[in-house]
Design a protein around this ligand. Structure first.
Ligand SMILES: *[C@@H]1O[C@H](CO)[C@@H](O)[C@H](O)[C@H]1NC(C)=O
Length: 210
């Protein structure tokens, strides 16, 4: 009986502890994030996560995610396709992203024609800090403010879970630090958390529905 309970405890601890996200950096004051299990193999989820040009078709939070060079000039359309991004792999690190986001998120479901709520629209300029296809992880960090003012790095990570590892755990989290972190939380903390949750739900239905 004791052994059985111990095994149960160990198993649930292992399941609970599953994460492919790196630890939050020192100086993080708060974070927003989500995790959700998707009933699809990891590579199918990765392809949807990396296909930034198609985000508008399903993503209620990040309505646009455009690859750009270090001067924030968008890459050519050919260089922004899923195949090109896959081929580029880790060489995407140090390139930039122009994000158009909705905080709080748009109501689900959305498609590419869903109008933005202009009151909730923001643009963010980011540096791609990690692109790790074999580890199924990617990250970008805001570049509009120096770190002492606001540090914000968003990681997204996938890992195999479920029976025979045929399902996928999607996790995404952004940690915030710096002098403005508290103000950001007061203004956008609830909306950002809603946005992460909505993106998780929408990614799941995008992948499982296709
Ligand atoms: C952008 O990210 C890359 C990869 O982590 C890093 O080497 C580079 O220094 C960063 N650039 C800026 C301007 O922060």
């Amino acid at each position: 009986m004791f052994l059985f309970s111990a095994i149960l405890l160990l198993t649930s601890t292992l399941v609970y502890a599953q994460t492919n996200l790196p630890p939050l950096p020192d100086g993080t004051q708060w974070s927003a994030g989500t995790s959700i299990t998707i009933d699809a193999p990891i590579d199918a989820v990765w392809d949807v996560l990396l296909d930034w040009e198609k985000y508008a078709e399903w993503n209620p939070f990040v309505r646009g995610q455009t690859l750009a060079n270090e001067f924030f000039i968008p890459a050519s359309v050919e260089d922004r396709t899923l195949d090109a991004l896959k081929a580029a792999g880790s060489s995407l690190e140090g390139q930039r992203l122009i994000l158009t986001v909705q905080i709080p998120p748009l109501p689900l479901p959305v498609d590419e024609n869903t109008p933005s709520n202009l009151l909730h629209s923001q643009i963010s300029f980011e540096n791609i800090t990690a692109m790790q296809p074999t580890q199924h992880r990617m990250a970008w960090r805001q570049m509009m403010f120096p770190d002492v003012i606001l540090s914000a790095e968003r990681w997204s990570a996938l890992s195999r879970t479920g029976f025979l590892g045929l399902e996928t755990l999607y996790e995404s989290r952004e940690g915030y630090g710096g002098a403005l972190a508290g103000t950001l939380q007061a203004l956008y903390g609830v909306g950002l958390q809603e946005a992460f949750d909505a993106q998780g739900v929408a990614l799941k239905s995008r992948v499982e529905g296709s």
